[in-house]
Ligand binder design. Structure first.
Ligand code: NAD
Ligand code: MG
Length: 393
């Protein structure tokens, strides 16, 4: 059976890796829609190769440029724009599977729309789950949508859990061990990281990724977001998820059982493995990733995270335990602070300061609706922007 796919965030790092896997299996997968924010030329190229029915961008001007490019090259893809169009291509009855690979809060509404339409969801966009975990998981349960994690750690955990896992009580799972590479600044002190530049922060030792997640990996906020993501995906309390720094990024995460067994998933650090796993699940397909050579790797190291040097992990872990809309506020403040760092308006170590101050100063509430989540997100963005304005670099 041909699987019809909408790929949200096609021009990004995950988007490109997804198309690489799909191109290896033209007999199994076809593209219904590709979407991007503003990279019109790259999206047009992808349309020529995969011939989707629709291509969606963020604004009307980009859509009109895209449509001209597509016509000139004889491609029949129709260009659309805006959030409504994203939701339309994420929920169309012709679609089986939606890869959610937009970065940040912008991915929430289209991803949630796909969930409500009962699609199979391949979730890379962790921010959607962090900011609206309760609503998101309720929507998954209500629609019967199949939710498969793309984040390498969560995909690893999924692979190490028993089939049909619902929660830790019945399955003897005592702990999830979440792998972290430690990022480009592992071993440095907070003081040493004060003058780090955006390019240094984005130069990850093991993974090639978009700039936002690269900065999150450097501050370890990415691991904090992933801790919250793991709690929602696997119905685990935050206390039962432990971060293990493993610099080689070969073990992608582990599951500890109450009989003393620990199961791990290993592989080369290449996102095509979790993407291929989720696309084909419960079957397996070839991904293009080289075989793991344990003799060349020779050793695997483990250490505890340094929470003094990387306060973002501790802040996120506290937010996970606090509940209510703390994670929504954390995510919003982090997105604003990371953008300010990438724009060289604040220093690297000020990202944690902005997030912590925003969380300390905002009142928490229990978000009961998507509108309430969006309001908490908006208010936190305004709040952290105001904090950033007052900061001297
Ligand atoms: P990226 O920056 O490379 O790509 C982001 C994609 O989202 C692009 O296609 C861009 O056009 C689109 N986009 C950005 N802003 C948008 C907006 N406002 N509206 C609509 N589309 C928008 O990011 P990435 O590294 O591919 O990461 C994508 C998601 O996957 C993130 O949530 C990230 O945390 C997660 N993830 C990435 C990796 C990785 O290896 N790159 C690993 C695990 C999880
Ligand atoms: Mg990850």
């Amino acid at each position: 059976m041909m699987q019809m796919i909408t790929l949200l965030g096609a021009t990004g790092s995950i988007g490109v890796s997804t198309l690489d896997v799909i191109a290896r299996h033209p007999d199994k997968y076809a593209i219904f829609a590709l979407t991007a924010h503003s990279q019109v030329d790259k999206l047009a190229q992808q349309c020529l190769q995969f011939n989707p029915q629709y291509a969606v961008v963020s604004d009307a001007a980009a859509a009109s440029r895209l449509q001209s490019l597509l016509r000139e090259s004889g491609c029949s893809t129709e260009a659309l724009w805006g959030v409504d169009a994203l939701c339309q291509v994420a929920s169309d009855s012709a679609v089986d599977t939606v890869m959610a690979a937009i970065v940040g809060a912008a991915g929430l509404v289209p991803t949630l729309t796909a969930v409500k339409a009962g699609k199979k969801i391949l979730l890379a966009n962790k921010e959607a789950l962090v900011m609206a975990g309760g609503l998101f998981m309720q929507a998954v349960a209500a629609s019967g949508s199949v939710l498969l994690p793309i984040d390498s750690e969560h995909n690893a955990i999924f692979q190490c859990l028993p089939a049909g896992y619902t929660d830790s009580n019945d399955s003897g799972v005592s702990k999830l061990l979440l792998s972290a590479s430690g990022g480009p600044f592992r071993g440095q002190t907070l003081e040493q990281m004060r003058s780090v530049t955006p390019d240094q922060a984005c130069a990850h030792p093991n993974w090639s990724m978009g700039r936002k997640i690269s900065v999150d990996s450097a501050t370890l906020m990415n691991k904090g977001l992933e801790l919250i993501e793991a709690c929602w995906l696997f119905a685990m309390p935050a206390q039962s998820v432990e971060v293990v720094v493993h610099p080689q990024s070969i073990i992608h995460s582990l599951v500890q059982y109450n009989d003393g067994s620990v199961l791990a998933q290993l592989g080369n650090p290449d996102m095509r493995t979790p993407i291929a796993h989720a696309l084909a699940w419960p079957e397996r397909i070839e991904s293009g990733v080289a075989d793991l050579d344990l003799f060349e790797i020779a050793r695997l190291d483990f250490e505890k995270p340094d929470l003094d040097a990387f306060p973002c992990l501790a802040i996120a872990s506290r937010a996970a335990q606090t509940g209510a809309d703390a994670a929504t506020i954390l995510n919003a403040a982090n997105e604003v602070a990371v953008q300010a760092f990438l724009d060289e308006r604040i220093g690297f170590t000020q990202i944690a300061e902005v997030v912590e101050q925003t969380l300390n100063e905002r009142a928490l509430s229990e978000p009961e609706s998507l509108e309430a989540v969006q309001e908490a997100d908006n208010q936190a963005r305004l709040h952290s922007s105001a904090i950033i304005k007052k900061l001297d670099k």
